[in-house]
Ligand binder design. Structure first.
Ligand SMILES: CC(C)(COP(=O)(O)OP(=O)(O)OC[C@H]1O[C@@H](n2cnc3c(N)ncnc32)[C@H](O)[C@@H]1OP(=O)(O)O)[C@@H](O)C(=O)NCCC(=O)NCCS
Length: 180
């Protein structure tokens, strides 16, 4: 980490808030006239990146789409609105939350259809990781989201260690089996 320059800037969650609205057309849907999951993930990635750009003011790459819930289908002709903001900034990475609503344009009914958490990493043009500004959560909801983001990161790290150890154990068992 020592080669990564300190970043003393502090930004608010509000300054990262981003929004995008899309009209769902036939090219976006499956044979049932429902929005394709992959297309929705693309919209989520884009809206998430907007918040990460606003926080880091740097190039960013998606490191992980950590969690996604598809709650109910989105239909052909719906207006889909996605809202994102940074939940927590770490050293070079940021967790961003994205919430998605679909509006039926004839009835005006609006439903929450999906939520996702993504991790973006700030990099420069040469691909070197960049330290991101600190994030200041101000409201009770922002503080809760920040604490939840830390728990998710701890879970991810524990899971990465578990997977690495499982691989090592499997490799050792395969080596022992070869020697028998
Ligand atoms: C994301 C990437 C830059 C991480 O690089 P790396 O050399 O593995 O970096 P490190 O392991 O040192 O981790 C750097 C940061 O990313 C985070 N990170 C790395 N992999 C992660 C993962 N799978 N999930 C969540 N966070 C991750 C680390 O926690 C660390 O965060 P911190 O600096 O805030 O503590 C690199 O893996 C990459 O370029 N991936 C491809 C990105 C891409 O092309 N995305 C679009 C594809 S759809």
């Amino acid at each position: 980490m020592s080669e990564i320059e300190a970043n003393v800037t502090v930004r608010t969650v509000a300054s990262t808030q981003s929004e995008m609205t899309e009209l769902i057309l036939p090219n976006d849907t499956n044979t049932l006239g429902h929005l394709l999951g992959g297309r929705l993930m693309h919209f989520i990635d884009l809206t998430g990146a907007m918040a990460a750009y606003r926080h880091s003011r740097s190039h960013v790459v998606t490191a992980a789409m950590d969690h996604i819930d598809f709650i109910q289908p989105v239909h052909l002709g719906d207006l889909v609105t996605l809202k994102s903001s940074v939940n927590r900034a770490f050293t070079t990475s940021m967790e961003v939350g994205v919430k998605v609503w679909a509006e039926n344009t004839r009835t005006a009914s609006i439903a929450h259809v999906a939520s996702a958490y993504l991790v973006f990493v700030a990099i420069d043009m040469e691909g070197r990781r960049q330290r991101v500004p600190q994030l200041l959560p101000e409201t009770p909801d922002e503080i809760r989201r920040s604490e939840d983001a830390l728990r998710r990161r701890e879970y991810r790290e524990a899971e990465a260690v578990r997977r690495k150890n499982a691989k090592l154990t499997a490799a050792r068992q395969a080596e022992t089996a070869k020697q028998l």
